[in-house]
Design a protein around this ligand. Structure first.
Ligand code: ZN
Ligand code: ZN
Length: 353
C-alpha cells in the first residue's frame, strides 16, 4: 500500500501538482488498501488525510495508523477539505475530472482563496491500476474461483420451465455462501432470443425446451471483481447455434494466443474481430473485445481498436468476442486473462459449454 502511495506522489510531482483530492471510491480503495465508501482522500507530500463521517470513522481509524491522518466530517466536507489544503499550503490541487461532481467542484472552489487552484486530471490513478500486484491478482483469482464454482453449480437449474430470475437468484445465493461479498454487477441470465441483447436484464421469462441460456456473472471478493460469460445449450441444439458458437470460440482463441507483453492492444481486438468478419458476421459484433477488471468490473485497459498502447505484465482483462443475431440468439464467450512475463494465463480455467 505504501508503495502505491509513493508511486502516486511521484506521479503528482511529474504533473506539477502539490496535492490531490481523490473522490472515486475505487481509487481511494486502491491507495488505502481497504474498501472505502463515502470518503475523500487528500494526498500531499507532507501528509495524507482521509475524510469520512461518524458512520465509518471508528472502523477506519486503526487502518490509517502511520500513513494517514483521519478527519471526521462534521458539517461541510468541502469546507474541511479546502481548509486542509490551506493548512498544508497547497496551491495547485488536482482532482479527478471524471469523478468529482460539478456541484462538489464548485463548492470546494468557493472555499479556496485567491492563488489556490483546482486542476482537473484524467485517469492518473486509473493508469497505475492497470498493472496488478501479487496481492491484487490473488484476490482476482479467488473471485474467479467462486464464479467458476457458481457456473458449475447452476447448470442443474437450467431446465425448461425455470425463470431467468430464478437462475439469477440461485447464483446470487451461491456466491455469497461461497465467500463473495456479493455480485460485481447485476447478473445476466438471458434465454433464447433474450441472449441477443448484450446486457439483458433477467425477467419472468421461462426457459423453453431447446433454448440456449447465456449467463454473465461477476463477483466481488474484498473489492476485487470477476467477469465471466458462458452459454449453455443442449447437444440437440440447431446447427446454426453450434456454428456461431464455434466461430466465437475460435475468435477468442485467436486473440488469446497473441496476448503477451509488448503486443499492441488494438491488434488483440483486431484478431478476434477480423476472424468474425471473415465468417460474415462483422456487423453482429458491435462492442469492444474486452476491458480491464480489478477494483471495478470495467476499468483500463479497454481492449479495443482505439485504445493506444501495449500490453504489460500484470494487466488483467476480459476477452469477450460475441455474435448477436437479433430475434434469434446471441453467443458471447468471456474469459479473464492475466498478462505474464512471457505470455498470458487464462485465469478462468473453466470448461466451456
Ligand atoms: Zn465483461
Ligand atoms: Zn461480463
Amino acid at each position: 500500500m505504501r508503495a502505491r502511495l509513493q508511486k502516486f506522489l511521484k506521479r503528482l510531482k511529474q504533473e506539477n501538482l502539490e496535492g490531490f483530492i481523490v473522490s472515486s471510491p475505487a481509487n481511494i480503495s486502491y491507495l488505502s488498501g481497504f474498501t472505502s465508501c463515502d470518503a475523500y482522500l487528500l494526498a500531499a507530500k507532507k501528509e495524507i488525510v482521509y475524510f469520512t463521517d461518524s458512520r465509518y470513522a471508528q472502523e477506519v481509524k486503526p487502518k490509517l495508523k502511520r500513513w494517514a491522518s483521519l478527519k471526521k466530517i462534521n458539517g461541510s466536507v468541502f469546507e474541511i477539505i479546502a481548509n486542509t489544503c490551506r493548512d498544508l499550503q497547497l496551491k495547485r490541487i488536482g482532482f479527478e475530472g471524471r469523478h468529482m461532481a460539478y456541484a462538489e467542484y464548485r463548492k470546494i472552489k468557493g472555499y479556496l482563496r485567491p492563488g489556490e487552484y483546482l486542476i482537473p486530471t484524467h485517469s492518473l490513478i486509473e493508469s497505475l491500476r492497470q498493472v496488478k500486484d501479487a496481492g491484487e491478482i490473488e484476490k482476482i483469482r479467488e473471485a474467479l474461483k467462486i464464479t467458476g464454482l457458481a457456473l458449475q453449480f447452476v447448470r442443474s437449474f437450467i431446465k425448461p420451465g425455470t425463470k431467468e430470475l430464478e437462475v439469477a437468484a440461485e447464483l446470487e445465493r451461491f456466491i455469497r455462501y461461497n465467500g463473495a461479498i456479493g455480485a460485481a454487477f447485476d447478473i445476466i441470465v438471458a434465454s433464447g432470443p433474450n441472449s441477443a441483447y448484450p446486457h439483458h436484464r433477467p425477467g419472468q421469462k421461462k426457459i423453453r425446451e431447446g433454448e440456449l441460456v447465456l449467463i454473465d456473472i461477476g463477483v466481488d471478493y474484498f473489492g476485487y471483481k470477476s467477469d465471466l460469460t458462458r452459454v449453455f445449450f443442449s447437444d440437440k441444439i440447431k446447427d446454426l447455434t453450434q456454428r456461431i458458437y464455434d466461430i466465437v470460440l475460435e475468435a477468442q482463441r485467436k486473440a488469446i494466443t497473441k496476448i503477451r507483453p509488448g503486443e499492441e492492444i488494438a491488434r488483440i481486438d483486431a484478431l478476434a474481430r477480423n476472424y468474425i468478419a471473415d465468417k460474415g458476421y462483422a456487423k453482429f459484433f458491435g462492442h469492444s473485445l474486452g476491458h480491464g477488471v480489478g477494483l471495478e468490473t470495467h476499468e483500463a485497459p479497454s481492449i479495443s481498436a482505439n485504445f493506444g498502447g501495449v500490453l504489460l505484465p500484470g494487466m488483467v482483462f476480459t476477452v469477450e468476442p460475441a455474435v448477436y443475431l437479433t430475434g434469434k440468439f446471441g453467443i458471447r464467450i468471456e474469459d479473464m486473462i492475466l498478462v505474464t512475463k512471457k505470455g498470458c494465463e487464462v485465469l478462468s480455467g473453466f470448461v466451456h459449454k
